[in-house]
Design a protein around this ligand. Structure first.
Ligand code: NI
Length: 136
């Protein structure tokens, strides 16, 4: 089994909050990421796919195809956007890195399978010190 990882970067605004909670309660639970007037992160996204190399071309998956899928399905939708307000697959969700990773997984899984590979991991680094990995 071979694992292939593509790294992408995007910048986006968000706020972590529950609408039914006061600003004080949201701040208590979500900390600085609950700032009512938004804030941003420079996110780093790692998409790992797995499979056996093709007998025809030696690839697990063509990296240019993977790059294009990630661009169209994710990066074009999130880069320089407000994750809470602008991104269709984040609508109505609490905008944590965990939720973002699961949502990205759901957007990519079938697209990658169409290309003959299996989605293995969505990893997101929100800051240098904080990252999330989702394995489905
Ligand atoms: Ni934040």
């Amino acid at each position: 089994m071979i694992y292939l990882t593509r790294r992408e970067r995007f910048s986006a605004a968000h706020r972590m909050y529950r609408v039914e909670w006061s600003d004080e309660k949201n701040s208590e639970v979500f900390g600085k990421c609950s700032n009512p007037n938004w804030h941003g992160h420079n996110y780093i996204l790692f998409i790992t796919v797995k499979g056996e190399p093709s007998g025809e071309n030696g690839f697990v998956m063509n990296i240019n195809v993977l790059k294009q899928i990630i661009k169209e399905k994710i990066i074009d939708k999130v880069d320089h956007k407000n994750l809470n307000m602008d991104v269709d697959f984040m609508k109505g969700k609490i905008c944590t890195t965990e939720t973002l990773a699961v949502s990205i997984w759901n957007e990519l899984k079938s697209e990658i399978e169409k290309e003959g590979a299996i989605l293995h991991c969505v990893k997101i680094e929100e800051t240098e010190n904080n990252s999330i990995e989702y394995y489905g």
